[in-house]
Design a protein around this ligand. Structure first.
Ligand code: CO8
Length: 259
């Protein structure tokens, strides 16, 4: 499959997806959404692929937002009738296998929102996160007001959305927006290494762990704990569970079937 706006390569069981509009700081337009949706669907469907990394081309930006030039001429009816931005939920968030955002430079507006759709973010030390939509007379539309608030709490999310202030990598780590910071030069290697670690573990268990943590985001504690227990019980039926426990007792590495 060929793509216009992204690059996709497979490195063993890890899919590397690179946003590739450096001339527009990887701004996210409809073509990017279509390409990403197809790439994530292909990744999910390929039993040989177990974890993905999404990054931006160029050192300056992960993505500087939704493409303002694409949106400027649309009117409210266009946005409503096209259910604008809904495709990010179905095309990207719906990915069932784990994926990591490797963020260097600007992750602004839709770029910050896209990074937050990942299962976690590893940041280069040049990363800057922000929701500057208010400066355009709008507000986040791809989940940013919700995911940012859950990630960093009301005070910081409110300040960022109301002022457009950017958060640097160190602040983002302290606030819990990113899992860790690495030197920008090492970002891709570190993200790929982390993805390879995940890819080497039992894949169904990885999908279930992802689903469990996401449920903590969306339900109350009692419902979340019940759902966790049920998912755990389902996972005990897999061949990989038997293999994992047997391999531990036999002091050897597990060999995973993915079921
Ligand atoms: N959309 C389209 N093009 C962009 C975007 C973007 N979000 N960001 C940067 N570009 C383009 C620039 O227009 C420029 O193109 P050209 O060379 O053709 O003029 C090129 O990328 C390089 O950008 P700059 O020259 O601006 O680079 P600087 O280093 O001077 O500045 C910044 C970098 C600070 C990142 C700056 O580009 C910037 O502020 N970008 C916009 C950030 C932003 O506001 N993002 C939020 C976008 S809105 C959104 O994500 C969600 C909902 C919005 C709804 C809007 C309805 C109308």
């Amino acid at each position: 499959m060929t793509y216009e706006t992204i690059l996709v390569e497979q490195r063993d069981a890890v899919t590397l997806i690179t946003l590739n509009r450096p001339q527009a700081l990887n701004a996210l337009n409809s073509d990017v959404l279509a390409d990403l949706s197809a790439a994530f669907a292909a990744f999910d469907a390929d039993p040989g692929q177990r974890c993905a990394v999404l990054t931006g081309s160029g050192e300056k930006a992960f993505a500087a937002g939704a493409d303002i030039k694409e949106m400027v001429e649309k009117d409210a009816a266009d946005f409503f009738l096209q259910d604008f931005f809904s495709g990010w939920q179905t095309g990207v968030v719906a990915t069932r296998k784990p994926w990591i955002a490797a963020v260097q430079g600007f992750a602004l507006g839709g770029g910050c929102e896209l990074a937050m759709m990942a299962d976690f973010i590893i940041a280069g030390d040049t990363a800057k996160f922000g929701q500057p939509e208010i400066k355009l007379g709008v507000a986040p539309g791809m989940g940013g007001s919700q995911r940012l608030t859950r990630a960093v709490g009301k005070a910081k999310a409110m300040e960022m959305c109301l002022t457009g202030r950017m958060m640097d990598a160190a602040e983002a780590e302290r606030a819990g927006l990113v899992s860790r910071i690495v030197p920008a030069a090492d970002l891709l290697d570190e993200a790929l290494k982390t993805a390879a670690t995940i890819a080497a573990l039992p894949p169904m268990a990885a999908m279930v762990n992802k689903e469990m943590v996401n449920i903590a985001f969306e339900t109350g504690l009692s419902q979340g704990i019940l759902t966790e227990r049920r998912l755990f019980q389902i996972l005990t039926a897999t061949e990989d569970r038997k293999e994992g426990m047997t391999a531990f007792i036999e002091k050897r590495q597990g060999v995973w079937k993915g079921r």
